[in-house]
Write a protein that binds this ligand. Sequence first.
Ligand SMILES: C[S@@+](CC[C@H](N)C(=O)[O-])C[C@H]1O[C@@H](n2cnc3c(N)ncnc32)[C@H](O)[C@@H]1O
Length: 230
Amino acid sequence: MGSYRADLARVYREALGFHAVNCAPGILALLAPLRGGTVLELGCGTGLLTRHLVDAGYRVIATDASEDMLEHARAHVPEADVRPLRLPDDPLPRADAVVSIGNVLNYLTDADAVVAALEAASRAVRPGGILAVDLCDLAWGEAHRNASAKARLGDGWAMITRFAVPRADRFLFDFTIFTECGDFWRRDDERHELVLVDAAEVAARTGLAIGRAFGTETLPAGMVALTNPA
Ligand SMILES: C[S@@+](CC[C@H](N)C(=O)[O-])C[C@H]1O[C@@H](n2cnc3c(N)ncnc32)[C@H](O)[C@@H]1O
């Protein structure tokens, strides 16, 4: 669980776009057989992948649980149909493809909720359509157990991120964001708790295929790509 309030949303937009840039070519190659159509994006965040999808000619319904993230998506990708949508319970509109990157499903409470969200996403895909979602496996915790804190500095903001693995199926991000406000700096703290799942088991329960990547990109250690079988 995590909020993505305004200050983190801004930093995300300005400095954390690398995953979307990394995944976009593989996702677009996967979608290519559709030759256009509607893409439902789950957890679109600030619209970093949305931009690539729209530029490639897709009609995109870009959804997220955080209104502050959606505000950026609306501003940066005005061509997209940007809407609030919280997994796993909100109804999903039908689409030719459903995509989700940036460990969105790991924000759910447990493996059952992840499976429920994937089943809902699969039902939302029209016959012959495509599902492409990334997911952090239990191996993510092992790979990041000793990760050092990270400091990032931007124009008018600074962010420190700390990581922890309190148990094998949980991963914590602790974000501290300082934002310049005239003569002083505002501080905001967000703790994000990810559920780590046995991705092979989730794939077996949902009938999805599990892979190391969407295309030729290298996903971070412990993250997998789930797609519907052709
Ligand atoms: C790491 S960000 C990835 C954003 C975007 N996909 C990207 O790659 O730039 C995770 C996103 O998942 C969203 N999210 C978290 N829990 C969610 C939920 N239950 N339903 C929908 N979106 C959720 C957050 O608001 C956030 O925008």
